[in-house]
Design a protein around this ligand. Structure first.
Ligand code: AQP
Length: 334
């Protein structure tokens, strides 16, 4: 059976973007067709400063969000990255394979480093090598992600190909990204050119999975839009990024295509559309928020689940790491 791997950083509270671009699809991919390995990537989160206590709590909260979104820790392997040391070890091995120039070309690095690129952590630059390690330590063949992670996945393919070439082996698979659906890139509610992000300074820019119904409705009501009525299909929204975003969100939440949504709202304005969007958003998110709260009431149980998941993950990762070390000529004597 093919193996699917993906992860989410506990670098803040999770958003509607994380839900539609990642969590919802993680849950849908569970089943007999593939083995699903899902990771809360705490080592990635700490490439920018994290308060230690907050990081620990957000790791538990992310686990609660996975489970509340339908990720079953029996059907899937669910764990936090730092509990399986193969990730960090493999990342070091990949630091010797990947090239510095590859890292400087990453748009996420450029965005996060800004003008300050000499002063960010070395980890922020090496981030994609750790991500390649996450995926390839499981020899995963498919990775469900949002659009923003496409470039990092191409780098993962480059690492695998260069490793296989340099060592004359066929050890690592060339991973396929799974970027599907209407919400592969949910945009900020305040700015249709920016991705909805858990670390955006403006809370009004995003819907958090912990927001209550009133907050969700208010954020949607205040979302930036234009004054024009809605057209009958997506073609008509080419130059209206904010409108396109809200339609895509509705479609993803309702499991419809954007054109189906527009067919129903054609000719109407946002005064009619926004309350309808708020209604589907609340109907979908309220049960998730409630279940997250229930999981968070028992942090010891979350810790137990993550510990069990880490043991299962390690059973897959360790032999692949050992084989990788052998290939690279690292002497093994115990
Ligand atoms: N806005 C989004 N639309 C669709 N998918 C998204 N994802 C994130 N934002 C959106 C997907 O969620 C998964 C986990 O992302 P991540 O936690 O690794 O971090 P990120 O992509 O950097 O997301 P954020 O929220 O913007 O975090 P910060 O602010 O810390 O950088 C990925 O599959 C991602 O594509």
């Amino acid at each position: 059976t093919p193996r699917i791997f993906s992860g989410i950083q506990p670098s803040g509270g999770l958003t509607l973007g994380n839900y539609l671009g990642a969590l919802k699809r993680f849950a849908a991919l569970q089943g007999d067709q593939a083995e699903t390995v899902y990771c809360i990537v705490d080592l990635h989160a700490m490439t920018v400063w994290q308060d230690p206590e907050a990081l620990r709590n957000r790791t538990r909260e992310a686990a609660a969000a996975f489970m509340a979104s339908g990720v079953d820790p029996v059907k899937s392997i669910l764990f936090n990255q730092s509990q399986v040391s193969a990730h960090a070890e493999m990342a070091w091995l990949f630091n010797t394979v990947a090239r510095v120039g590859w890292m400087y070309r990453m748009t996420q690095f450029k965005d996060k480093a800004g003008k300050n690129s000499e002063n960010v952590s070395l980890g922020l630059l090496a981030y994609p090598a750790l991500m390649a390690a996450d995926i390839l330590t499981y020899q995963a063949t498919a990775v469900p992600v949002g659009e923003d992670q496409k470039q990092h996945l191409e780098l993962t393919r480059d690492v695998a190909a260069k490793f296989n070439h340099d060592y004359g082996v066929n050890h690592f698979p060339i991973t396929e990204p799974l970027i599907e659906g209407a919400a592969t890139r949910v945009m900020s509610l305040r700015d249709g050119s920016k991705k909805m992000s858990k670390s955006d300074p403006s809370d009004a820019s995003r819907i958090n999975l912990t927001d209550n119904a009133d907050a969700i409705a208010q954020k949607i009501r205040k979302a930036r839009t234009d004054a024009d009525p809605l057209p009958g299909n997506m073609e008509g929204l080419k130059d209206r990024p904010e409108a396109r975003n809200l339609i895509n969100i509705y479609a993803a939440l309702a499991d419809e295509t954007p054109d189906q949504v527009l067919a129903r709202f054609e000719g109407q304005g946002f005064g009619a559309f926004k309350p309808a969007l708020a209604e589907v958003a609340v109907a979908t998110l309220a049960p998730i928020t409630r279940k997250m709260g229930e999981f968070m009431d028992d942090p010891a149980e979350i810790d137990r689940i993550l510990g069990q998941g880490a043991i299962r993950a390690d059973e897959i990762a360790s032999p692949i790491l050992e084989r990788t070390k052998d290939i690279m000529g690292l002497l093994r004597t115990r």
